[in-house]
Design a protein around this ligand. Structure first.
Ligand SMILES: CC(C)(COP(=O)(O)OP(=O)(O)OC[C@H]1O[C@@H](n2cnc3c(N)ncnc32)[C@H](O)[C@@H]1OP(=O)(O)O)[C@@H](O)C(=O)NCCC(=O)NCCS
Length: 231
């Protein structure tokens, strides 16, 4: 029977798989971007803040979903060099930093008539690699309106077969409880950025106590916050 437990090191590959299997199209459509994605959105949290990282275990020891995050994104960024040294530099070659890579590469698909009417953007793997090495860009830049007040942050993903059975709500409640008991400064609660192309999940978050921060839209992300009251 499936159950929720804390992340442990043997979940590393399963969590990378969950991240990649649930990516939005702009990331999923580039194999290089997909491969890098867990190094931005999964491994940093499980390595630096395992006490606030939970997995859904399918009952055989395999993680099939997770809710992972940290109580204080500012403390997390300050601690990030530890992740770079131990995990990132082992697995991902450091990119150049002479120019800042654009996040998105527009890709145009031409129809047989030559009309450029089908286009889909892909995330630039070089920008992903740069951001993997620069947590301050990824987590703090242009976001101070939310990160100074709602200092915790998290990511949640469940493999398709495990969605829609109440696990998402339960995983987030476990994460919130762990933030509350972390003794770190989580401010007023947690913030998350939902990719604009994934806006269909906004009603899920609203259902479990998040709200959209108006005017907080940045780089196509919808910013949502959830208050966490001390006990
Ligand atoms: C989004 C996701 C985490 C939700 O988890 P889940 O286990 O499927 O959601 P739950 O079954 O726990 O649903 C919790 C509540 O939200 C509601 N809900 C779920 N999806 C909803 C939706 N699209 N619109 C409105 N309500 C929704 C459920 O009805 C449930 O309500 P209730 O508890 O009051 O009955 C999961 O579907 C997922 O991993 N999706 C793919 C990856 C992804 O998009 N991750 C988020 C990236 S920002």
């Amino acid at each position: 029977m499936a159950f929720i437990r804390l992340y442990n090191d043997s979940d590393f590959d399963a969590c990378a798989h969950i991240c990649i299997a649930t990516l939005p199209l702009t990331l999923a459509s580039s194999p290089a971007a997909a491969k890098l994605s867990p190094y931005l959105w999964t491994h940093p949290y499980t390595f630096l803040s395992p006490a606030t990282c939970f997995v859904l275990d399918d009952g055989t020891g395999t993680a099939v979903g997770y809710c992972i995050g940290c109580p204080d994104v500012h403390a997390f960024v300050a601690d990030y060099p530890r992740y770079v040294t131990s995990i990132l530099s082992r697995d991902v070659e450091a990119p150049g930093f002479n120019t800042r890579e654009p996040w998105v590469i527009p890709t145009n698909t031409f129809t047989s008539s030559g009309a450029d009417n089908l286009s889909s953007d892909q995330v630039n793997p070089l920008a992903l690699a740069q951001n993997a090495y620069r947590a301050d860009w990824m987590l703090l830049e242009n976001k101070s309106a939310v990160t100074t007040r709602w200092r915790a942050t998290m990511h949640i993903d469940l493999l398709p077969g495990w969605q829609g059975h109440g696990w998402g709500r339960q995983l987030i409640e476990r994460f919130v409880a762990s933030v509350r008991s972390s003794r770190q400064d989580y401010g007023e609660g947690e913030h998350i950025g939902v990719a604009g192309e994934n806006s269909r999940v906004v009603p899920f978050y609203e259902r479990i106590g998040f709200r959209v921060i108006e005017g907080g839209e940045h780089e196509g992300n919808i910013w949502m916050v959830r208050d966490i009251k001390p006990e």
